[in-house]
Ligand binder design. Structure first.
Ligand code: AMP
Ligand code: MG
Length: 399
């Protein structure tokens, strides 16, 4: 499915046709910054959604792009909870399994992010998510007893990872991993790494319209411009983020709604209750720019679950991580809330243009591409405010 510039769909008020690329439902890509150069986008259906890889014509190699897609296919085979023979499914069935390096790596990243988010992102929700999936099939809500039993199995501190032996084990039968909230981010990071190994210096890798890895810059010194979807209109953007290389993920309540007994339920679970985070959560969508899409993806999901102030405090404690929340006013209109490392710099086509003031932004003239980007692969750890040297967060609601 190789395409040319003419295959791009457009979005947003007042944008010239073909200036923008909207990656789809959640999301959000304006690829305006691709500028005058031609580029190709190829798509493959993977992990239950579309992976899209966009590379400039001058760097395009069919083999390299196919190799990157193959990386994602392999991850899908290893990590899917929909495939009975995936490592994740076999691990759940057997209680202990020697796993591939990729599965170990995403499990380790997931546990780190689960601790970082105080369990708001919890990769051990496997049994809880299975219950909701079953409820959708049966058209009947899970019983409170079944939900409580599944919830008590979601204790991520009890997972046993043995890196030397390459095994993952659960102490209790019925426990299970689910990488639904991080897998797409991990996949686009790995696909991007494969492209980079092949010498591609500029690309956009997207999975499911929600997880993105940006390689390089669209032009020298230019930035990626990504539209964030309007909560009330899938064809409109509510704001534009201008970013340098790195990861970006968006989680939204409406990401994959399920209907049970005539009611719509969100797909993000509050691990404290085992129930969908909405309607309690006032956050309609959370977008996180971060050094990697893996971290961005898990954090975006966590921000839907966490109280907005707690979520923002966490983001403020993490170097090179920002967040943009879209909340819904009672009248349905959107309200934007963003972290202190983001600032509004005027408007673009009538939309607020939001840019990072620090390294992950586009104002460092390219310093975050190339070797410096590799430093971005360091695992995120919370840092005390004094170490990050950031000013204290100003009032959250600015628009
Ligand atoms: P995302 O769209 O990245 O927010 O991921 C949502 C998916 O992750 C859901 O469809 C579930 O499979 C899974 N999930 C739901 N709630 C959580 C949670 N609190 N922590 C981790 N995974 C979750
Ligand atoms: Mg996520």
């Amino acid at each position: 499915m190789a395409g040319t510039r003419s295959t791009l769909r457009t979005v947003g008020p007042g944008r010239k046709p073909a200036a923008l690329l909207l990656a789809g439902a959640l999301g959000l890509i304006l690829a305006d910054a691709l500028g005058a150069q031609g580029f190709r986008t190829r798509m493959r259906f993977q992990m239950g959604s579309l992976t899209e890889i966009t590379v400039p014509d001058g760097q395009y190699s069919a083999q390299s792009v196919s190799r990157a897609f193959d990386v994602v296919d392999r991850l899908d085979r290893l990590l899917s909870t929909y495939k009975a023979d995936s490592e994740v499914s076999r691990l759940a069935a057997l209680g202990k399994l020697r796993v591939s390096p990729e599965t170990m790596e995403i499990a380790e990243a997931s546990l780190r992010l689960a601790r970082l988010t105080g369990g708001a992102f919890n990769p051990m929700l496997g049994p809880v998510i299975a219950l909701w999936r079953q409820a959708e099939e049966l058209g009947r809500l899970p019983s409170p007893e079944a939900l409580e039993a599944a919830r008590t199995l979601a204790d991520f501190e009890r997972v046993e990872l043995d890196r030397a032996a390459g095994t993952i084990a659960f102490p209790v039968r019925g426990m299970g991993l689910n990488f639904g909230a991080i897998g797409k981010g991990f996949a686009v990071d790995k696909a991007a790494a494969s492209l980079q190994r092949d010498g591609i210096r500029m690309a956009l890798v997207t999975s499911g319209t929600s997880s993105h890895r940006l390689i390089g810059r669209p032009r020298d010194g230019a930035c990626w411009e990504l539209g964030i979807r309007h909560p009330g209109d899938a064809e409109r953007a509510v704001t534009v983020l201008r970013l340098g290389p790195g990861g970006l993920a968006t989680s939204a309540q409406s990401g994959r709604p399920r209907e049970i007994g005539g009611r719509i339920y969100g797909h993000i679970v509050d691990p404290r209750t085992g129930r969908p985070a909405e309607p309690r959560s006032p956050v309609w969508s959370a977008s996180v720019p971060a050094p990697t899409a893996t971290d961005a993806d898990a954090l975006a999901t966590a921000l839907i679950v966490m109280e907005a102030a707690d979520g923002m405090a966490l983001v403020e404690s993490l170097p090179r991580v920002e967040a943009l929340l879209v909340r819904k006013n009672p009248d349905g209109s959107p309200r934007l809330v963003w972290s202190s490392g983001l600032t509004q710099q005027g408007t673009l086509d009538g939309l607020p243009l939001i840019v990072p003031v620090t390294e992950i932004g586009c104002m460092d003239g390219g310093a975050s591409s190339g070797p410096a980007a590799a430093a971005g692969e360091q695992p995120l750890r919370a840092q005390p405010e004094t170490q990050t040297g950031r000013p204290p967060p100003p009032a959250l609601n600015r628009w």
